[in-house]
Design a protein around this ligand. Structure first.
Ligand code: DQA
Length: 176
């Protein structure tokens, strides 16, 4: 199994950047831990960090045929990038989105991810551990569902039509 790991903008500053929010581990330490984990699972990793949206888009497009899955922290692009979202969707790769911080407990502009809907799942708030959990989720997924087969998504419409209709109280029958 081969996993492409992408770290988005400013993550090269980890360890020095707002340690109260992002923790004290630097990117090298996170990558070393991922590589250690990968070797215990027989997984091959390709790891990249980029501060450029287009570079991330190209990397996903270029590498998609050589990888089985994607582990991505899109960083600030999480909240803005339709291009990265489209690239992930087009790649067909099963992806897990990870964040060090709990973005839902932060500023309102961080509380929405454009990327999450094209991922199998999202892990956030566990510091450097989020990467480990994300990696393990992809490995676990590969043993339960063949990677690449996206489970059917329920559309909002079909979800609505399946929702049980509530009986009006006046129509409720008494049982004695
Ligand atoms: C982040 C959260 C983003 O909102 C932020 O822009 C980052 C890091 C995280 O890992 O917590 O750069 O993705």
């Amino acid at each position: 199994m081969k996993i492409l790991v992408i770290h988005g903008p400013n993550l090269q500053l980890l360890g020095k950047r707002q340690p109260a929010i992002y923790g004290t581990s630097d990117l090298e330490t996170i990558n070393r831990e991922l590589k250690r984990l990968a070797s215990t699972h027989g997984v091959i990793l390709t790891i990249a960090q980029s501060n450029h949206e287009g570079e991330i888009v190209s990397l996903i497009g270029k590498t998609k045929d050589q990888c089985d899955a994607l582990l991505i922290n899109p960083a600030a692009y999480t909240h803005t990038s339709v291009a990265i979202r489209d690239a992930i969707e087009a790649s067909g790769l099963p992806a897990v989105e990870v964040h060090l911080s709990n973005m839902y407990a932060r500023e309102p502009f961080r509380q929405h991810s454009l990327i999450a809907p094209v991922c199998r799942g999202q892990i956030c708030g566990f510091g450097a551990l989020s990467y480990r959990l994300g990696f393990e989720a992809l490995v676990a997924l590969s043993t339960t569902t063949p990677l690449g087969t996206t489970p059917p998504q329920r559309s909002r419409e079909s979800a609505r039509s399946r929702r049980p209709t509530r009986r009006k109280s006046s129509a409720r029958r008494r049982t004695r």
